[in-house]
Write a protein that binds this ligand. Structure first.
Ligand code: HEM
Length: 222
């Protein structure tokens, strides 16, 4: 096998579609992590050079929030896309996308806590309590923390694949709460906020239809 053949793999066509040559899983994981780190590096460089504009803290909060939402949505899109396209290699970087989403969201919250609220727990809690859009963001963050804590190999083994899979379906709830956080941040709904909500709703619908079909097949075969 040539080096080129080794670098690409042809995944088995489990969906009945024609298998598509695609980069191998290891490469896909590294590629996603490197690409995902670029916006963080650019933001950190701009912050270091005081190039974030007049309200740098707000700019950094909004940028990390948007990146968190993008990576969260991408991680939700992996399974439907894999089924649709038959590209099994797509599954490889799913966990990396989830990790990137968590890191950006944790940074988003950290900047809010440390710089916007001056590191005061009381002020942070009062601000969260007084703004409905922050209730949704905080709910999403708590779910993301739960998912991150249970994502280690040790936790997967302890929970068992079935329970772990069931628990990790809350990622859809996290996505839903995050999209409400974005929607309610503005006084009136904007097209982009509705588009994000719509995208997450469609991804959830595809997953629900898929699960229902799987259940029906299992009932038929038993
Ligand atoms: C999964 C969790 C979260 C996601 C995906 C998320 C995402 C976002 C997004 C997309 C924006 C709007 C960006 C823009 O305007 O371009 C935003 C804004 C914001 N978020 Fe979050 N967020 C999350 C959790 C939180 C939490 C836990 C807090 C704090 C308790 C928070 C505080 C804020 C603040 C203060 C803003 C800026 C509002 C403004 O500009 O007036 N977010 N977030």
């Amino acid at each position: 096998m040539s080096a080129f053949d080794a670098a690409i793999s042809v995944p088995p066509a489990t969906t009945g579609r024609r298998a598509v040559a695609f980069v191998d899983g290891k490469f896909a994981k590294r590629f996603v992590m490197v690409c995902g780190a670029v916006p963080a590096l650019v933001l950190a460089w701009d912050a270091y050079r005081h190039h974030l504009g007049v309200n740098g803290v707000n700019f950094a909060i909004r940028t990390t929030g948007m990146l968190g939402l993008v990576f969260l949505t991408l991680s939700l899109a992996i399974t439907p896309l894999r089924r649709l396209l038959g590209w099994n290699t797509l599954i490889a970087p799913r966990r990396n996308l989830g990790v990137l989403a968590f890191l950006y969201i944790a940074t988003h919250f950290f900047i809010f806590f440390a710089y916007d609220r001056g590191g005061s727990v009381g002020s942070t809690l009062r601000e969260i309590g007084s703004r409905v859009y922050l209730w949704f963001g905080t709910g999403a963050l708590l779910l993301m923390i739960l998912l991150a804590l249970t994502s280690t190999d040790g936790m997967v083994a302890r929970l068992g694949a079935k329970r772990w899979k069931r628990l990790h379906r809350v990622v859809y709830l996290a996505g839903g709460l995050a999209s409400f956080h974005f929607l309610l941040r503005f006084k009136t709904p904007r097209l982009e906020t509705i588009a994000w909500m719509g995208t997450i709703a469609v991804l959830l619908l595809i997953r629900a239809i898929d699960a229902a079909r799987k259940r029906a097949r299992m009932v038929q075969s038993s």
